[in-house]
Design a protein around this ligand. Structure first.
Ligand SMILES: [Zn+2]
Ligand SMILES: [Zn+2]
Length: 143
């Protein structure tokens, strides 16, 4: 076992151990401009937003203890806005987006003010992960 504790499988009382790879929870919601993410990270983040949204609005206990879910508790408005940015960027790149979120559920804080890592660190993490993100970040910085 690694030190990371999995969020468990929905419907198993929230205690079931499962691997991160199985449920593909390795993605995260970034706090940087979605325009700087490569397609893979952009689509991954989009899925993640929907997963977190479902967990919080649906009260799915199995996942509610996950740090990335906790970070968005009480901030559905901010998550809603982040989704809108992400969906707009997807459409700009020609991806079809057919999964609007219910704005009636977009309550709470409108700003995500709890960053897991500072923005510069997030940019470094993404650059280290793949060449596509690194290239986008480099171009944006104009260097
Ligand atoms: Zn969507
Ligand atoms: Zn990437």
């Amino acid at each position: 076992m690694s030190s990371a504790s999995g969020p468990g499988i929905i419907g198993k009382g929230g205690r079931a151990q499962t691997s991160f790879t199985l449920i593909r929870w390795a993605m995260r919601v970034w706090d940087i401009d979605p325009g700087l993410l490569c397609d893979r990270h952009l689509l991954g983040e989009h899925n993640e937003i929907h997963a977190i949204w479902s967990v919080i609005t649906g009260g799915l206990k199995g996942f509610s203890g996950h740090p990335e879910t906790k970070r968005w508790q009480g901030k559905l408005r901010a998550l809603y806005l982040r989704h809108a940015l992400t969906a707009a960027e997807m459409q700009r790149r020609g991806f079809k987006h057919k999964s609007p979120l219910d704005e009636n559920l977009a309550t709470g804080k409108a700003v995500q003010d709890e960053l897991k890592d500072p923005v510069e660190v997030q940019e470094r993490l993404l650059s280290g992960k793949d060449a596509d993100c690194a290239e986008r970040l480099r171009r944006r910085k104009g260097s």
